[in-house]
Design a protein around this ligand. Structure first.
Ligand code: UGA
Ligand code: MN
Length: 244
């Protein structure tokens, strides 16, 4: 089966660094199509150039966060417009395969993608470095799903991280109303609930019955360099000038 990787990204000093790391992971994976979707009005040239150079089969799309949410104070629905654009693309262009919402800043073991590939409906696995518990995972006893382990349950039916599940394209296509809500903290839960009919006890367990960590919710620390220079605004010629 073909893998569709839906990656939200946005313009910031770390963007090219994150996407370079992620691209060079995905370059090791066969039969994959990468949907890189920018939260922006226009595509960033450096991102287009990077994608081109990797040779990875891809589409570079844009899906700006609606103004209504951008202006709001506090937590924002990050990456939601992008992921919904990805779902829209799948509905228009894909017939089979498996998709995965993969943020641009996480760390992926290439073995994860082979685990994901065999998803029949919805699969799940542990995500490392996630929440105050250090791990978010389905709990498995004697090979059977019994519940979720997550540092922030908050009444969610599916207390899981975005990096912790994959869905079959056919399963999605049978659910024309499935969508991700603009609800900070409840994006995963809202999306998985929109896949109704689907219950937690139906999840397919990956990563050796959820005993292996193959993806980490890493986050890049902002440093002085990122504050000083918006690299995304410079091409290599400009950087040469800056060095003088
Ligand atoms: C956590 C979850 O793992 C995300 O899946 C979820 O979208 C996010 O919280 C949230 O709801 O706020 P976290 O590491 O805190 O992730 O968030 P980011 O990595 O900053 O953002 C998630 C994704 O959205 C990234 O791929 C990022 O590039 C993208 N993003 C972020 C945008 O497209 N626009 C933004 O303004 C911010
Ligand atoms: Mn992140």
């Amino acid at each position: 089966p073909r893998l569709y990787i839906i990656t939200p990204t946005y313009r910031r000093p770390e963007q090219i660094a994150e996407l370079t790391r992620m691209a060079q992971t995905l370059m090791h994976v066969q039969n994959l199509h990468w949907l890189v979707i920018e939260d922006a009005e226009n595509k960033t040239q450096l991102v287009s150039d990077l994608l081109q150079r990797t040779g990875i089969s891809h589409d570079h799309l844009v899906a700006p966060m609606p103004e209504l949410f951008k202006k709001k104070k506090g937590a924002k629905p990050r990456g939601v417009s992008n992921r919904n654009r990805g779902l829209e693309w799948l509905r228009a262009n894909a017939k089979s395969g498996v998709f995965y919402f993969a943020d641009d800043d996480n760390t992926y073991d290439i073995q994860l993608f082979e685990e994901i590939r065999t998803t029949k409906r919805v699969s799940m696995w542990p995500v490392g470095l996630c929440t105050k518990f250090g791990l978010s995972s389905p709990v498995v006893v004697n090979g059977t799903f019994v519940g979720f382990y997550d540092g922030w349950v908050a009444g969610r039916k599916f207390p899981v991280d975005m990096a912790g599940f994959a869905v079959s394209v056919e399963f999605l296509l049978q659910r024309p109303k499935a969508i991700m809500p603009y609800k900070p903290g409840f994006e995963e839960d809202g999306f998985l609930k929109s896949l109704t009919p689907f219950e937690p006890n139906e999840i397919e367990l990956k990563a050796k019955n959820c005993t292996e960590v193959l993806v980490w919710h890493t986050q890049t620390k902002k440093n002085e360099a990122s504050a000083a220079l918006d690299l995304a605004k410079y091409n290599s010629t400009n950087l040469m000038i800056l060095k003088k």
